[in-house]
Design a protein around this ligand. Structure first.
Ligand code: GDP
Length: 311
């Protein structure tokens, strides 16, 4: 017997657009959102969880809508002094955002774990959905490029994803265990929605947490994914480069093949509809829809389309 809630697997900016749509077409209290923590980083002595914060600020309606991350109406006074103290220039944390990192770090010091802290912060913002970090253990993504090995955030922000990627390592992933009841939630969810997030460093990291991939395989007929790749390109971010590095074809077909064991349904962009039959040969029900979530209306339409799929 399935429960009423929807389980969502999410990264950051791509996921947040879709989740914004979902939260506008169904009761947000019906959403349990498992979020990638592989981008987490400690800087200036502060614990930062970029993807959790993006989803939190989005659902709290305080996100910078243009950038898709950080607070709206943000200032960067504290960062200008931190740059002077620490001597590096690349991390963009605004004053309000830093307050979240200070509070989170303080709660860690008081003995709370990541999932408890996430719930506390969500409660402060009045968020009705349940936000669940994929694990409480520390997982950090490192990118080996042709020049050096660096944290994913450095590759992403400082180097704008420009250096050639040689390898990706998920440090700590072997020890990562699914938070709370994630495996039970997978079993009982009405439907499971995989956001149009980076298949390697957002969704791939979640799937790397012990038991999650196996549990999804058992219920794949109720798992619906949305392609983050449209006409062979990413909408934003380095998914294309990372997919290439893993030998995955950069197309919605490549994403479908990558997810084939764990999904029963796949939404591709209408511009890729000519590839529908190729994906259906993989035994995946495939749907064409406008997946470019440029306005709230588009986000809502895609969300409604996804939850209406009969699984
Ligand atoms: P990040 O952790 O902030 O990079 O965010 P995600 O992993 O959640 O999302 C990154 C992915 O979202 C990229 O591969 C983009 O191609 C995809 N994406 C962003 N906006 C859209 C959109 O409007 N439509 C679709 N289909 N994909 C999108």
């Amino acid at each position: 017997m399935n429960d009423k809630y929807y389980l969502v697997l999410a990264g950051g900016v791509g996921a947040a657009k879709f989740i914004k749509g979902l939260a506008n077409v169904i009761d947000p209290a019906l959403l349990k959102i498992v979020i990638n923590t592989g981008d987490d980083i400690e800087l200036f002595g502060l614990k930062m969880c970029p993807d959790i914060d993006i989803i939190t600020y989005t659902l709290a309606n305080i996100v910078d809508k243009e950038k898709g991350w950080g607070f709206q109406d943000e200032t960067f006074n504290c960062l200008s002094i931190l740059k002077n103290y620490y001597g590096f220039e690349w991390f963009n944390a605004g004053d309000k955002d830093l307050a979240t990192h200070i509070y989170r770090t303080d709660l860690f010091k008081k003995g709370f774990n990541k999932s408890e802290i996430t719930s506390i912060i969500c409660e402060k913002f009045g968020i009705k959905s349940q936000l669940i970090p994929m694990c409480n253990e520390d997982v950090q993504t490192f990118i080996t490029t042709d020049s050096k090995k660096m944290h994913f955030e450095e590759y992403f922000i400082k180097y704008h994803c420009e250096p050639k990627v040689i390898d990706v390592q998920f440090q700590g992933i072997k020890k990562a265990r699914p938070v709370n009841n994630i495996l039970d939630y997978i079993k009982k969810a009405k439907k499971i929605l995989i956001c149009p997030s980076n298949p390697i460093v957002s969704i791939g990291t979640i799937l790397g947490v012990k038991g999650i991939r196996e549990s999804l395989k058992n219920v794949k007929q109720k798992v619906i994914a949305i392609s983050p790749i449209i006409e062979g390109e990413t909408v934003q971010g380095p998914a294309d480069k990372l997919m290439k590095c893993f030998g995955i074809e950069v197309s919605c077909v490549g994403v479908a093949k990558h997810y084939r064991e764990i999904i029963g349904h796949f939404i591709i962009d209408k511009k890729d509809c000519k590839l529908k039959s190729e994906i259906e040969k993989l035994d995946i029900h495939t749907y064409c829809f406008d997946t470019m979530m440029v306005t709230l209306e588009k986000k809502k339409e895609l969300a409604q389309f996804a939850i209406d799929i009969i699984t």
